[in-house]
Design a protein. Structure first.
Length: 63
């Protein structure tokens, strides 16, 4: 969260604590190769439970 690693169990409450009620917010997921696809999907599932959150995924350009 804010460029710091966060556990899946803390993700939803940490996001809710940082957003204003009724304000839409874009959450960008950035994961390296050490994070499994399943963990990324689980994070997206958690985030989708928060009505005002929109999800983006950060990518690295191909060299």
């Amino acid at each position: 969260l804010n460029r710091e690693a966060i556990s899946l169990g803390d993700l939803s409450s940490a996001i809710k604590n940082q957003i204003e009620p009724g304000q839409p917010v874009l959450v960008t997921i950035s994961a390296d190769e050490a994070v499994s696809h399943g963990q990324v999907v689980a994070a997206m599932d958690e985030l989708r439970q928060i009505d005002q959150v929109r999800i983006g995924i950060a990518t690295k350009p191909i060299n």
